[in-house]
Design a protein around this ligand. Structure first.
Ligand SMILES: Cc1cc2nc3c(=O)[nH]c(=O)nc-3n(C[C@H](O)[C@H](O)[C@H](O)COP(=O)(O)O)c2cc1C
Length: 433
């Protein structure tokens, strides 16, 4: 059972989210003050390393180590970018924090940019997040007025501004190197890694600190309350909480902050209020459509980077999607496959062609025109494209199909045997033929 005292990110404000006085009343900007007045950059990095904070944007990379890499880089011109590009189906947690905690995010960004001595700092924002943009703008104006950012921000000796950069508006543009490319006016296409990791070769080719919105919202309270407080919740290797986005066949979809290591069952039952209409769970995407599904007998798996990886899936950015037993898995797989097809940036041939062909084969099967040979081609194609590409989009597209076929092969076979989708009603008169 989780309690309100477990919260590490969300705080209750007595006022609208952009109201700086409401934020100051709960200790807002105290951590920023502490960083400037009491802590060295190395102290900040060490505290984050002790906290064991891991990036919440999908990869779970240790935040303190990333900050240290940029801070100590031999090239001294550094940049800072907050990744608020959020565009994955079923993930909407960053949107929630942008809307409800803009000052907390600004404080996290200021600390990040200050620690790595960034020459310029940006929030790369999903261009569709209009209301969030307005909240952020109001909060930024207030923080500037109080001297928390701008010229000689907080007496730090740094002229620190935080600029909102309107995002390119695609899924791939959230991949950090594609994001940086688009910020330089080029198509949002990922760079080859290695060697082009942002900590070495980021914005304008300079070392750049890129962090996710939720990662940065964790920073102020870790520095204010200490790493020992932070690690009281969560698991040993994944301390703290996660902002889980719950959607799909769920009574109460939404964003829930819960400790890392909560079970899938507890999230669905206690947060999401179970599955609507007395339906049963057929499958769950614990970390969104780019990771393997799990089935109803795996609901006691715990939600953290390591446990899910060990179980053959992943946490990603914790966009959990629940699928009920009224759903055709071929149609569901096709739905997400079409998403990957539409979002491939087209740079890498295996991704460009692979996502098109995966979706085409799935369409054929779903429409009752598929054969067992198509099933062989589908699985063969997954094997060919997996692990290729400058980013993980095509791997996600292949993993989706492989996982669906592995767990629900009988549904694919049934489409082929009946030459129609068994979940679609049979047209009048058609049954006799
Ligand atoms: C296709 C793709 C899309 C991504 N989209 C996002 C995104 O919208 N927001 C985000 O923070 N990270 C996204 N990531 C992960 C980023 O590349 C990067 O790992 C992250 O921003 C680093 O921040 P963190 O260390 O705080 O997690 C995406 C990765 C891939 C492969």
């Amino acid at each position: 059972m989780t309690t309100a005292t477990d919260a590490r990110v969300l705080q209750t404000l007595d006022g609208p989210p952009w109201d700086i006085d409401a934020y100051l009343k709960i200790g807002g900007y105290e951590a920023w003050k502490k960083c400037v007045k009491e802590l060295s950059a190395t102290d900040i990095v060490n505290e984050l390393k002790k906290a064991g904070l891991r990036g919440r944007g999908g990869a779970g990379f240790p935040t303190g180590i990333k900050w240290e890499k940029v801070l100590n880089h031999r090239v001294k011109e550094h940049y800072f970018v907050c990744n608020a590009g959020e565009h994955e189906p079923g993930t909407f947690k960053d949107r929630y924090m942008l809307k409800h905690a803009p000052h907390q995010l600004i404080e996290g960004c200021l600390i990040g940019a200050y620690t790595v001595q960034a020459k310029a700092a940006f929030i790369y924002l999903n261009h569709e997040y209009q209301e969030e943009r307005e909240n952020l703008k109001k909060a930024l104006a207030q923080a500037k007025e109080r001297g928390f950012l701008g010229k000689n921000a907080m007496g730090s000796g740094m002229d620190l501004d935080l600029q909102i950069f309107d995002g390119y508006g695609s899924y791939v543009a959230g991949e950090e190197t594609a994001m940086l490319e688009s910020m330089q006016g080029r198509p949002a296409m990922p760079r080859q890694k290695p060697p082009f990791y942002p900590t070495d070769f980021g914005l304008y080719g300079k070392p750049t600190l890129v962090n996710n919105v939720e990662t940065l919202c964790n920073i102020p309270r870790i520095l204010q309350k200490g790493s020992a407080w932070f690690t009281q919740v969560g698991t040993e290797k994944c301390p703290g909480t996660m902002m889980f986005s719950l959607s799909g066949a769920i009574n109460k979809p939404g964003v829930y902050e819960r400790p890392m290591g909560i079970t899938i069952r507890e999230l669905i039952d206690t947060c999401g209020g179970g599955v609507p209409g007395g339906r049963k769970i057929k499958a769950v995407f614990p970390g969104g459509p780019a990771f393997s599904m799990v089935t109803a007998d795996q609901l006691d798996l715990t939600m953290d980077f390591d446990s899910l990886k060990k179980a053959g899936t992943g946490l990603g950015s914790a966009g959990m999607i629940v699928v009920d037993d009224a759903t055709c898995m071929v149609a569901k797989t096709l739905h997400f496959s079409n998403f990957f097809k539409g979002e491939s940036c087209g740079q890498c041939p295996p991704c460009r062609m692979g996502t098109i062909n995966l979706a085409a084969l799935l369409t054929k099967i779903e429409q009752g025109e598929g054969t067992q040979k198509d099933m062989d081609s589908l699985l063969q194609l997954c094997g060919f494209v997996k692990g290729t590409g400058y980013c993980t989009l095509v791997t996600g597209a292949a993993v989706l199909v492989q996982s669906s076929v592995k767990l629900f092969r009988h549904e694919f076979d049934e489409h082929i045997r009946l030459q129609r989708c068994p979940y679609q009603p049979v047209a009048a008169g058609a049954a006799a033929h």
